[in-house]
Design a protein around this ligand. Structure first.
Ligand SMILES: *Cc1c(COP(=O)(O)O)cnc(C)c1O
Ligand SMILES: [Zn+2]
Length: 401
C-alpha cells in the first residue's frame, strides 16, 4: 500500500509506504487531505475509527477496533495540585492499557496489507505489549526484541500474546537503526517508536480531545515524552485540524521528561533545535521506566512541535512523580503509571513559574495505566486487623464525629 510521506523539516515527499526517515535524517509522517473533514464524518464508527477519513488504512478487523475512544474527564480534584483547570484524557483505557494501541491499530494492519509476513518491534514495555496484541489479533507472527536483562514481570505481560521474544545482548540503544535495516532486507516489518503509520494513529488522541471539548478548546496539552513519537502524532493532529479550519489557535504542547534522562529539556532550555544524545554517565535510573530515552529518534520533531505551539519542555524528579501518581489516585481516582504521572508534576512546575495561569484549561494525558505495575509486592500498605466480634465497636469509634 503506497503512502504519501513527508518531512516536517525540509518538506521532501516520498511515495513509499515502508520508508521511516527522510534523506535529511529526520523522521517522516503520513500526509492526508484534511481540508474536507468535519466532526460529523464517520460518526457511526467506534473508537478512533470515527476519524477513518484522516487515517491511511481502512478500519481493520480485530482488537484495533477497540483502540482509542478513551474518555476525557474534568477532574477538579487535581486543580490545586496542577495550578490550573484539569481535564484527564485517560489513555490507560486502551485495550492494552496505553496510547500505543492507537499506533499499533494503524501500523500493524498496514504491515499486513503491504505483505510483510512478520511484524516486529523494539521494546520491553508498552510498545511490545501493544504490538504483540495487535499482531495476535490479525493472526500474524510477531517478534519482539527486548534487552538481555528484562524482568520476568515485563516478559509475562508481553508473552501472554505469544510473540517470539528475542533477548538482545549488546547496545540496546543502537537497535533502532538495526531495526530499519532488518525491515529493509528481510520479510519483517519492525515497527519502531516513530514509524509513520504509528504517528498517524496517535493523532486521533488530539482529535478526540478537541471533539470532546468542543466548542471550547484546551489551552495546554501535557504529555510525557520519550522517543517523541506521541508528541509528533499530537502535533500532526493539530496541523490537520488547522488545515481543516477546526482550530483557530493551537494548544500549547507541554512535554515532560524524567530528570534522569532529559535531552529534550536540555535542548529546549538552550534554545537548540536538535537534542544532543546523552552519554551513559549523564543518565540514571527512574521509576518512570516508560520514558527516559537518551537519544530520542523523534526528538527534534518534538522540539519543533513545542516551538510551533508556544509550549515548553520540563523535567521532574522521581519524588515529584511519586507525589503526582498518588494525587492522580487519591484526588481523581485514576491509576496511572509513573511515566504518566509526570504530566501532573510537569504542569505543576510550569504553573509555579507562571507559564500556566490558574484559569487556563489543561489536558493531562496519562499515557498508560498503572494496573500493570500492581502485584509486584513493592507497595507499602497499612491495614488493621480486627476480630469479628469487635468490628462494630471498632467501626463506631472510627465513624464517631
Ligand atoms: C511510550 C510511552 C511514553 C513515551 O512516548 P514516546 O512516543 O516514546 O515519546 C510515555 N508514556 C507511556 C506510558 C509510554 O508507554
Ligand atoms: Zn527532510
Amino acid at each position: 500500500m503506497s503512502l504519501s510521506l513527508s518531512c516536517y523539516r525540509c518538506g521532501e515527499r516520498y511515495d513509499d509506504g515502508t520508508r521511516v526517515r527522510c534523506d535529511c535524517g529526520e523522521p517522516l509522517w503520513v500526509d492526508t487531505e484534511p481540508t474536507a473533514f468535519s466532526w460529523g464524518d464517520c460518526r457511526d464508527r467506534g473508537g478512533m475509527w470515527r476519524y477513518e477519513a484522516l487515517l491511511p488504512v481502512d478500519r481493520p478487523e480485530g482488537v484495533a477496533r477497540a483502540a482509542g475512544g478513551t474518555p476525557l474527564v474534568r477532574s477538579p480534584g487535581l486543580d490545586d495540585a496542577a495550578g490550573a483547570r484539569v481535564f484527564v484524557k485517560d489513555e490507560g483505557e486502551n485495550p492494552t492499557g496505553a496510547y500505543k494501541d492507537r499506533g499499533s491499530a494503524v501500523a500493524v494492519p498496514h504491515t499486513v496489507a503491504t505483505g510483510d509476513d512478520v511484524v516486529g518491534t523494539v521494546s520491553y514495555g508498552n510498545m511490545a505489549i501493544s504490538t504483540a496484541a495487535h499482531a495476535a489479533s490479525l493472526d500474524r507472527e510477531c517478534v519482539v526484541f527486548v534487552p538481555e536483562r528484562t524482568s520476568s514481570v515485563r516478559l509475562e505481560l508481553i508473552a501472554q500474546y505469544e510473540p517470539t521474544i528475542v533477548q538482545v545482548a549488546g547496545d540496546y540503544g543502537k537497535l533502532y537503526g538495526d531495526a530499519l535495516d532488518l525491515s529493509e532486507h528481510l520479510p519483517i516489518d519492525v515497527l519502531v517508536s516513530d514509524a509513520p503509520t504509528r504517528i498517524s494513529g496517535y493523532k486521533t488522541a488530539l482529535f478526540e480531545i478537541y471533539e470532546s471539548l468542543s466548542p471550547a478548546a484546551p489551552d495546554v496539552i501535557a504529555l510525557p515524552v520519550s522517543s517523541g513519537g506521541f508528541a509528533s502524532g499530537v502535533w500532526l493532529g493539530i496541523r490537520d485540524l488547522e488545515r481543516a479550519g477546526l482550530i483557530a489557535e493551537p494548544p500549547r504542547l507541554c512535554l515532560v521528561q524524567t530528570a534522569t534522562a532529559d535531552p529534550l529539556t536540555r535542548a529546549f532550555e538552550a534554545g537548540e533545535t536538535d537534542p544532543t544524545p546523552l552519554s551513559p554517565d549523564e543518565t540514571g535510573d527512574t521509576i518512570a521506566h516508560s520514558i527516559g530515552n537518551p537519544d530520542p529518534p523523534s526528538g527534534a520533531r518534538a522540539l519543533a512541535a513545542v516551538r510551533d505551539t508556544n509550549g515548553a519542555v520540563v523535567s521532574v524528579t522521581d519524588d515529584e512523580i511519586r507525589t503526582a501518581q498518588r494525587r492522580f489516585a487519591v484526588d481523581a481516582g485514576f491509576c496511572v503509571e509513573p511515566a504518566s504521572a509526570t504530566t501532573l508534576a510537569g504542569v505543576s512546575r510550569l504553573a509555579d513559574r507562571g507559564d500556566i495561569a490558574a484559569d487556563e484549561s489543561v489536558v493531562l494525558v496519562p499515557t498508560g495505566t498503572g494496573f500493570k505495575e500492581m502485584g509486584t509486592g513493592e507497595a507499602e500498605v497499612t491495614t488493621e486487623t480486627v476480630r469479628r466480634d469487635a468490628l462494630r465497636d471498632q467501626l463506631e469509634s472510627l465513624l464517631a464525629p
